[in-house]
Design a protein around this ligand. Structure first.
Ligand code: SOE
Length: 386
């Protein structure tokens, strides 16, 4: 069995989640090549070595540049804060490495355009580039896309999307890189709003073309983690925006880190002329389906348990009804990337799809800065590959 040697840059929460994916993908699915967890990269040598030991990486390093230059490394998996995505991804693509980059793709549209252009150039040499929108790889979310593509909802007339967490409700919660614009690019908008935008576009096949939004920073100063004082929060805690979709329908989006009691509540509901579908991450093994063509005396949202072998990704796991969890999306992500590398079929979500999400994020920020006026999602000249 051939192997694909992986190097992971970063080792925070997403480092743990991606490691789970690399460890399990080829043990659940028959892959054309097995991922080999070769090296974990972190700025602090001792911390990187400890994380490598804990998560099953063969070695550790403190230099992503050295790792990218290694002939034996096939895949670069970027799980660092958004500020370094562009620099690392472009260098990796230009070194001929396949790239998996965490979301959002970048901190700005300009960076995302450069990354998408680099991916376009690298694709001519068979190099794959994927953005880590893992929720599209939850079986129920993938199945939702399949049903909508089959036309079961008819014409889509409205979409609702919400991603709510509550880890910033307490004003005493300490400062972190996710609360600094130069590190994260934005707050709830980019960190979790990006997932909602991607999931709506993935599930419906429609694109957000204009937005009107508002951002709010609820707690402007937070205690520094080292206890040395307070720092200013430079990103949003809460984003609310309307989106005009490419079929003319309206979508509503909510991304909140102050939604008391909601821990990781991502949900979307798509309403059409023939019916409706609803996905809720808190019930991630099922879909709610309403069929307007059911006999009138028995219409209602029914719960489809998405755990049959015929459903997306389930062939690799357990018999019907045995349930999957949050972590399985990362195994599916690793599986899909390995299969794209082997087949040459473009990986999704592509950097071009990541750029589209970045343009929506940017439009929301511009709308919010402009008294929430309707703001077009500016499509600059197609990706420059010169
Ligand atoms: C935020 O806390 C976060 O970790 C996001 O960064 C992830 O993308 C999301 O999947 C879970 O919550």
């Amino acid at each position: 069995m051939s192997r694909l040697k992986v190097a992971m840059i970063g080792h925070g929460f997403m480092g743990a989640a991606h490691s789970q994916g690399w460890r399990t993908a080829h043990r659940a699915f028959d892959l054309p090549a097995n991922p080999q967890m070769a090296v974990l990269v972190g700025r602090d040598g001792a911390k990187a070595a400890a994380a490598a030991e804990k998560w099953g990486w063969e070695s550790s390093s403190t230099s992503w540049r050295e790792v990218i230059e290694r002939e034996d490394i096939d895949i670069i998996d970027i799980v660092t804060p958004g500020a370094s995505h562009a620099q690392i991804a472009i260098a990796a693509l230009e070194a001929g490495k396949h790239v998996l980059c965490e979301k959002p793709l970048a901190n700005t549209v300009a960076e995302a355009e450069q990354m998408a252009a680099a991916a376009e150039r690298a694709a001519r040499h068979g190099v794959q580039a994927m953005v880590g929108f893992t929720y599209r790889r939850v079986p129920a979310a993938s199945f939702m896309r399949q049903l909508i593509a089959q036309g079961v909802l008819g014409e889509i007339q409205q979409v609702r999307a919400s991603y709510r967490q509550d880890w910033l409700v307490d004003a005493a919660a300490p400062m972190s890189w996710r609360l600094q614009q130069d590190q994260a690019g934005s707050g709830a908008l980019g960190d979790i709003g990006a997932h909602a935008i991607d999931l709506v576009q993935f599930a419906t096949g429609l694109q957000v073309q204009a937005v009107s939004g508002v951002l709010q920073t609820v707690t402007g100063h937070r205690p520094l983690a080292d206890g040395s004082g307070f720092g200013q929060v430079s990103v949003d805690d809460l984003a609310l925006f309307a989106g005009r979709l490419s079929n003319g329908a309206l979508a509503s989006f909510e991304a909140s880190r102050v939604a008391t009691g909601r821990k990781n509540a991502l949900s979307i509901e798509v309403s059409g002329t023939r019916g409706a579908l609803a996905f809720d991450l808190e019930e991630l093994n099922s879909l709610r389906y309403y069929n307007r063509e059911d006999p009138q005396d028995r219409q209602g949202f029914r719960k489809i348990l998405v755990t049959e072998p015929v459903h997306p990704y389930l062939s690799g796991w357990w018999p019907a009804g045995h349930m999957l969890g949050y972590e399985h999306g990362f195994s599916h992500q690793a599986k899909d990337l390995v299969e794209s590398i082997d087949s040459g079929r473009p990986a999704h979500s592509s950097f071009a799809e990541g750029l589209q999400v970045q343009r929506v994020l940017d439009a929301v920020a511009r709308s919010a800065a402009n008294e929430s006026a309707w703001t077009g999602v500016v499509h600059h000249a197609e990706i420059r590959t010169a």
